[in-house]
Design a protein around this ligand. Structure first.
Ligand code: IPD
Ligand code: CA
Ligand code: CA
Length: 266
């Protein structure tokens, strides 16, 4: 295992176990609403501190972009992109689907990613060129060929409702054409599930880099494709993303471009 991936895994596990332990105290937590339906608790912040302290111990000169504390810029080719708790709304309701997500870029290129689900003890990880793993097992995307038999994951808009109708038109089309759609509530785990074939594809708009950086690399390393919604690879910038096994990407992209106007996909 690459030393950077090793440190990312240690940090993700330490933060993840801390979060899972706090599930017993959900009622007592201080929760702020950063924006409409956008919550942050003291747990998100403390988990982020655990991760940053671990990174700093080994790589004090690397830059960090973390959801809750923002950019910690250094003169370095390396940047760590951290979502300390992806699925905060689930966590605050005691709904056990959330994860820690950590990615590392070198000169802007995704090189390492880990996603840790502490309630199932599942660590998804990848380094560029080295394949993807769940714990010690190699993982691959599914072999599903058609939308007809596919199980998809998505994220339903919850604070920006500008494109609600467009999203629902797209949702309806997938509802009619597939075996089913899930809204698990953690973008990082949605991507991890594409990578290990639990779902055949995933789409969501309006995401942030820390939601998807680790997951995108893990999907690619598991043999899957990740695209923005204009057919390019600018998903970290646009926040609009499709991930699927290679056989299903075209059909998913087609449904999305037929139903969501370009202005919302850009
Ligand atoms: C959210 C989750 C959710 C997705 C949202 C994200 P957070 O992250 O990944 O599944 O639909 O777009 O913002 O706020 O819980 O870290
Ligand atoms: Ca997130
Ligand atoms: Ca978060």
């Amino acid at each position: 295992m690459h030393p950077i991936l090793n440190v990312a895994s240690i940090a993700a596990k330490e933060a993840g176990y801390f979060i899972a332990n706090q599930m017993r105290n959900i009622e007592q937590l201080n929760v702020e609403e950063k924006g409409r339906n956008d919550y942050v608790s003291e747990i998100d912040k403390h988990a982020e501190k655990i991760i940053i302290d671990t990174i700093r111990k080994y790589y004090p000169q690397h830059s960090i972009l973390a959801e809750e504390s923002g950019a910690h810029k250094k003169d370095s080719d390396f940047e760590w992109i951290i979502d300390p708790l992806d699925g905060t709304t689930n966590f605050l309701h005691g709904f056990p689907q959330f994860a820690v997500s950590i990615a590392v870029t070198e000169k802007g290129r995704l090189m390492h990613g880990v996603i840790f689900d502490p309630t199932r003890d599942e660590l998804f990880s990848a380094s560029r060129g080295g394949g993807a793993r769940m714990n010690n097992y190699r993982i691959r995307v599914s072999e599903q060929k058609t939308l007809k038999n596919a199980l998809l994951a998505t994220g339903i808009p919850y604070y920006n409702f500008e494109f609600a109708d467009a999203y629902l038109a797209c949702f309806k089309e997938f509802m009619l054409q597939t075996a089913g759609i899930r809204r698990p509530g953690s973008a990082a785990l949605d991507l991890a599930y594409v990578a290990c074939g639990r779902v055949d594809g995933y789409w969501e708009l309006n995401l942030k880099p820390w939601d998807i950086a680790a997951g995108a690399l893990i999907v690619n390393e598991a043999g899957g494709l990740v695209s923005d919604m204009l057919g390019g690879d600018k998903y970290l910038e646009s926040g609009n993303l499709i991930a699927a096994n290679p056989k299903m990407m075209k059909a998913m992209a087609q449904v999305i471009s037929n139903t969501i106007p370009k202005e919302y996909r850009a």
